[in-house]
Design a protein around this ligand. Structure first.
Ligand SMILES: Cc1ncc(COP(=O)(O)O)c(C=O)c1O
Length: 341
């Protein structure tokens, strides 16, 4: 391990590893609070209204995690025994521990996506609206933007619009896992409201690239959010004076959205240096296909660079608020000999 690495790790495992800055902690300390189960926390109310407005929805609900934001969205749209269509690598299918089945009795059918990209024809083939008494009826489609395991893929807006049209034509609801919608917004230059147009429920995270320690917001119609509020409490996630957390989220929205462009530039540098196609790294997530992902991650970790091995050949590197240009230099020095064999 180099002298630098001994004192300072470069942690590229995820953008969830960021720590709240001094200024964010100060905003948290100053936040007015109240009992949010009674709807009396001013900071949470302000955050919910702000995110709903930004995304073009009537109402928002602050929840502790992206998983809960997604699961409440799905709960609202799909009844037990009904079917949701999404891609095989979607976070809701792969990384929420079967929550949709365990909590809401939802079955999934999935399309195999290239880099997490929407495949309109595959979706068209999969959906079975009002399938009668023998087949499972599809009730909703879920998309993810950007797509985490796909490599930070930004969904092309025209394809999203085509899925919206398909869903509408077939009476299906639409959920968007927008854990990193902010990255899609910055990478595409398109207003957030354009990216959410046509969806019934959208979950966005404050604790990924935006750097807040905790929190996501589910947005939908006023009626749906009222129902989600009941389910949030039922799941045990009704919080009390959590305005100190909402304040971190509001600070993040005010200060940490535009700077995501720096994370994207750094992911480009990594992609170029590590032999990947930079065009396939449109935001802050670099996915590498290597011979032995666990071996690379292990060897890098010994030299102070942390990356995620998410499959036998699947290595993921994520840039974020707490890595700077020096960290990227460090990561390149360590990873180049390990991945460019
Ligand atoms: C695309 C996506 N959706 C949802 C989540 C869930 O967020 P949380 O870890 O806050 O439950 C994640 C987490 O990394 C994610 O990447």
């Amino acid at each position: 391990m180099s002298a630098r690495a001994k004192s300072q790790l470069t942690d590229l495992r995820s953008d969830t590893v960021t720590k709240p800055s001094a200024a964010m902690r100060e905003a948290m300390a100053q936040a007015p609070v109240g009992d949010d189960v009674y709807g009396e926390d001013p900071e949470i109310n302000a955050l919910e209204a702000e995110v709903a407005q930004l995304l073009g929805f009537e109402a928002g609900l602050f929840v502790p995690s992206g998983t809960l934001g997604n699961q409440l969205g799905l709960r609202l749209l799909v009844q037990p025994g009904e079917e949701l269509v999404c891609d095989t690598m979607a976070h809701i299918a792969r990384a929420e521990l079967g929550a949709a089945a365990a909590l809401s009795g939802i079955t999934f059918r999935t399309w195999r996506a290239t880099r997490g990209l929407i495949d309109l024809e595959a979706i068209r083939e999969l959906i079975a609206p009002s399938a009668g008494p023998y087949l499972v009826s599809t009730t909703a489609i879920a998309l993810e933007n950007t797509h985490n395991f796909g490599g930070g893929t930004v969904q092309p807006l025209e394809l999203v619009a085509q899925v919206v049209e398909l869903a509408r034509a077939n009476g299906l609801a639409l959920h968007l896992d927008g854990a990193r919608l902010w990255n899609a917004h910055v990478a595409s230059g398109r207003p957030l409201r354009e990216l959410t147009a046509g969806f019934d429920t959208v979950s966005v995270c404050l604790s990924k690239g935006l750097g807040a320690p905790v929190g996501s917001v589910l947005v939908a119609s006023t009626e749906r959010i009222a129902r989600a509020r009941v389910w949030r409490k039922r799941y045990g996630a009704g919080m009390r004076q959590a305005g100190i957390l909402a304040a971190a989220g509001r600070y993040a929205l005010a200060h940490n959205v535009a700077r995501l462009a720096d994370d994207h530039d750094r992911a480009q540098r990594l992609a170029k240096a590590l032999g990947a196609d930079p065009d396939l790294t449109p935001s802050n997530i670099l996915v590498l296909d290597v011979e032995d992902a666990a071996a690379v991650a292990g060897a890098a970790s010994e030299q102070g660079v942390l990356v995620s091995a998410l499959g036998p050949r699947f290595l993921r590197l994520v840039t974020h608020l707490d890595v700077d240009d020096d960290d990227i230099d460090h990561a390149i020095d360590v990873l180049r000999p390990l991945v460019l064999r």
